[in-house]
Design a binder for this molecule. Structure first.
Ligand code: NDP
Length: 273
């Protein structure tokens, strides 16, 4: 029988994770299947328990359940514990292990795939939800000159600043708070792009921007990426690379084998044209 994995979210039908993990499984000859699992907004825990009872081995967790997944885990990796958000669950020996691979996925994509070192850079991270929480520590570990966190609800950004202040130089505010500042790397970790809109960011922040990065991925550049390119960002990238890199790290946690990512990123990009 094939080992069973899934991505759980709401919405989830747009997810590329089944395609990615199926490609990883073929590449590494793993006997597993991977599907998309839609959970009702008030039914995350029940859907996970049902999946476990059907002998499911592990889940990826997407919008809006990463904070609930953190609470559901009975054991956490250090990075998930510090992030207080979980994007990967592994079921073994009656336990629910929670991990967070978003951060390492983002950092690998920016540094290894896009070739931009984070050390010494001024980085603006927009958003304070599960995705943002998961990437703060790995970003700070690369030693940027500053990590500014901007969020529509600024109190949430301030709380994250407090939570992570021992790990590096962090500022926090709403989007307009950073109007007079310039950033080398600007990352959109809000879900605004899901609704085809963008945070209310002033165009002047892009003047010296090397990279504008949107964690969201779709056929067309998102409104944020279009705006960034229009106002001076040298390079723009969507979250396809991050998605594949974080998936590879989850796959490694589950199967203890590390798949190649480059061909899978290329396969996904080619499907866009
Ligand atoms: P959450 O629901 O946990 O958080 C949503 C965040 O977006 C909050 O900070 C919220 O602000 C903000 N937001 C929502 N709508 C708007 C808007 N119209 N304008 C400004 N801010 C807004 O979602 P996640 O953090 O889990 O996911 C965020 C995005 O990242 C999603 O698009 C997701 O697909 C993507 N993602 C991509 C990954 C990849 O591998 N490429 C991995 C993980 C996530 P507020 O606090 O004020 O409500």
């Amino acid at each position: 029988m094939l080992d069973s994995y899934a991505i759980i979210g709401n919405p989830v039908s747009h997810s590329k994770s089944p395609l990615i993990h199926t490609a990883f499984a073929q590449q590494t000859s793993q006997a597993m299947q991977y599907v998309a699992l839609l959970a009702p907004l008030d039914g995350f825990q029940a859907t996970v328990q049902d999946f476990r009872q059907r002998d499911g081995k592990g889940l990826n967790v997407t919008v809006p359940f990463k904070l609930e997944a953190y609470q559901l885990a009975t054991r956490l990796t250090e990075r998930a514990s510090i992030a207080q958000a979980v994007n990967t669950l592994k079921f073994e020996n009656g336990e629910i292990l929670g991990d967070n691979t978003d951060g390492i996925g983002l950092v690998r994509d920016i540094e290894c795939n896009l070739g931009i070192a984070i050390a010494g850079k001024r980085v603006l991270l927009m958003g304070a939800g599960g995705a943002a929480q998961g990437v703060i520590l790995p970003l700070l570990q690369r030693q940027p000159a500053l990590l500014a966190i901007a969020n529509r609800t600024p109190e949430k950004a301030a709380a994250l600043r407090k939570q992570f202040s021992t790990y590096g130089n962090i500022a926090a505010g709403d989007f307009m708070f950073f109007t007079d500042e310039h950033f080398d790397i600007i990352i959109n970790a809000t879900s605004a792009s899901l609704h085809n809109t963008m945070p209310e960011l002033h165009s002047s922040v892009f003047t010296h921007t090397l990279l504008a990065y949107d964690m969201m991925y779709q056929h067309e550049p998102t409104p944020f990426l279009k705006f960034a390119r229009q106002h001076g960002a040298q390079q723009i990238a969507d979250g396809i690379g991050m998605l594949v890199e974080q998936a590879a790290e989850s796959f490694f946690l589950w199967r203890e084998i590390r798949p190649q990512t480059e061909s899978v990123i290329m396969m996904l990009k080619s499907k866009r044209h």
